[in-house]
Design a protein around this ligand. Structure first.
Ligand code: GLN
Length: 543
């Protein structure tokens, strides 16, 4: 175990959704920019073993790591900010903690002792926190505690924080994120909810070292002094977190407030001269002031909650910046699309992305969308279910297999162009039983996919049960849909593309999980580029 690892806890108070994940990721970014190695962990206080079985409407997207963990979407932010992959160890839920404690109890590991929240659950929580430090890879482990202080569910986590602060002394600090509400009638920011929230933490035995205060207005020096006095923190440890126009601005705002310096001082770490955030600032500048704009349609069935497609929309931001443009996403409900209205709905859109998903709802709309873009040379990117729908559409409308379908949607189809592998047919559990995580993919030369990636071997993350049915491979190829990317181990189709189309690619994996600020994903970059060129053509034709 690396004894040098420093632990930073981030708790939240007053209200939920204040952006603990973004503040944690921003602090990590600043520490990284000073040359430190950092990882971030999210502890989620719900009883699901992982977020994989949660409805996207409840919790937004499920983010998948290289090692196949189905995790909270905050891990996506961590990766996008830090450009360092996370893993199962970076996301722990109460369900998982209890599962392992109960497993140990059944094995007899507790030697007849009464198994209790304290110490058994709290010890398990502490083990999970230390696990990341034990890798020896990180100087800092930032642990974000989900939920809001005062929730019954977060209590064991706060107790674990208290114990670790006691055990680790100067190697551990805690940051509390709160809200300063603004009363427009009197024109004041109010500090009382923050004071109460800190009092509640103190009741649990945790004195926060730093307060990060979300606010709509600037916090005056006087107000910072007042908060400091009432909450027992140093005045320079009261950090203003003013509302930002984009999450990518938060690291810069936190740098201006010197959050990283306060953290380093409190942990007694010598501070290097200056933090180098120049490339981040270039990214931010391009994002805020793009040269052009391109409208791309995102067809999905969970569009009421945009967080369901978080990694996709962020990938478009990265790819937009890479192309000096702003991608304006038009969210289109797949259930609203028909062969009759698709032309009208897609008017002015220069590219269409058909999103991942599960189940039958909205499938006909996705197929109608794909037929239209295929026939009208509109750039198309199909992700996972989107790729499967492209295969079904092609089978029906080009190969003439009228009842072609995915076995998921129609178990009785005589042409299951998307099917379950034999080995998967016996699986009944829903949680964690899909093809999950990173798999290699070999790309054939002389294909669009090769042009996009500019290499033969890539590795991408998966989250699905069904696969392209290789019995149809020959027929598809003969009719112009190529399998340009193949999994070298099992021969599974990973990428399909159309030969006679300017940009039509379907991928069985999820490229969006690997797009970061530093490394925008080549598929998104190329797709956006193709969309821009459609735009230029239509502009020229108007002249
Ligand atoms: N429902 C499809 C499958 O399980 C696609 C999943 C997805 O889009 N992530 O194969």
């Amino acid at each position: 175990m690396s004894i040098h690892t420093k632990y930073i806890f981030v708790t939240g108070g007053v209200a939920s959704s204040l952006g603990k994940g973004i503040v944690s990721a921003s602090l990590a970014k600043l520490l990284q920019a000073r040359g430190h190695s950092v990882t971030i962990q999210k502890l989620d206080p719900y009883l699901n073993v992982d977020p994989g079985t949660l409805n996207p409407y409840e919790h937004g997207e499920c983010f998948v790591t290289d090692d196949g963990a189905e995790t909270d979407l905050d891990l996506g932010h961590y990766e996008r900010f830090l450009n360092v992959p996370t893993s199962q160890a970076n996301n722990v839920t109460t369900g998982r903690i209890y599962q392992s404690v109960i497993e140990k109890e059944r094995k007899g590991d507790y030697l007849g002792k009464t198994v209790q929240v304290i110490p058994h659950i709290t010890d398990e929580i502490k083990n999970r926190i230390r696990l990341l430090a034990k890798t020896g890879n990180y100087e800092f482990v930032i642990t974000e505690i989900g939920g809001t202080v005062g929730d019954i569910e977060s209590l064991p986590y706060i107790e674990a924080v208290r114990q670790m602060k006691w055990e680790l002394g100067a190697n551990c600090i805690s940051i509390h994120l709160t809200l300063l509400p603004y009363l427009s009638t009197t024109g004041e920011l109010k500090t009382k909810p923050t004071q109460h929230s800190v009092k509640m933490l103190l009741e649990y035995g945790v004195q926060p070292d730093i307060l990060v205060c979300r606010t709509e207005h600037k916090i005056s020096r006087d107000l910072k002094n007042k908060i400091a006095l009432f909450c027992n923190v140093e005045p320079n440890a009261v950090i203003e977190a003013i509302d930002a126009s984009t999450i990518y601005e938060v690291p810069v705002l936190m740098a201006a407030e010197e959050l990283d310096l306060v953290v380093l001082n409190k942990l007694n770490i010598p501070v290097s001269e200056k933090v180098d955030m120049s490339s981040w600032e270039v990214f931010l500048g391009k994002m805020k002031d793009p040269k052009s704009e391109v409208r791309i349609g995102l067809v999905g069935k969970y569009i009421e909650l945009k967080d369901s497609y978080k990694s996709i929309s962020e990938s478009f931001i990265h790819a937009g910046v890479a192309n000096d443009t702003r991608v304006k996403i038009e969210w289109i409900h797949s259930e609203s699309i028909t062969d009759e209205n698709v032309k009208e709905k897609f008017k002015g859109l220069k590219g269409i992305l058909v999103a991942p998903g599960f189940g039958n709802r909205g499938i006909d709309g996705k197929i109608a969308a794909i037929k239209y873009v295929r026939e009208n040379n509109i750039p198309f990117l199909g992700i996972c279910l989107g790729m499967q729908c492209a295969v079904v559409e092609f089978a029906r409308n080009v190969l003439g297999l009228k009842d072609a379908h995915s076995r998921e949607m129609n178990p009785a189809t005589t042409n299951p162009v998307i099917d379950l592998l034999e080995a998967q047919k016996k699986i009944v559990n829903k949680g964690g039983t899909m093809r999950l995580g990173s798999y290699p993919c070999n790309i054939s030369e002389d294909t669009k996919a090769f042009e996009v990636y500019n290499k033969n071997k890539v590795s991408e993350r998966h989250r699905h049960r069904y696969e392209f049915n290789n019995e149809y491979l020959g027929a598809f190829k003969a009719a112009g849909m190529l399998a340009s990317g193949i999994n070298p181990e099992g021969g599974l189709v990973e990428i399909v593309e159309l030969k006679e189309h300017p940009w039509f690619i379907g991928v069985q994996f999820h490229p969006e999980y690997k797009s970061t600020v530093v490394n925008p994903h080549p598929l998104f970059v190329s797709f956006v580029k193709a969309a821009i060129s459609v735009k230029d053509k239509s502009l020229k034709s108007k002249v």
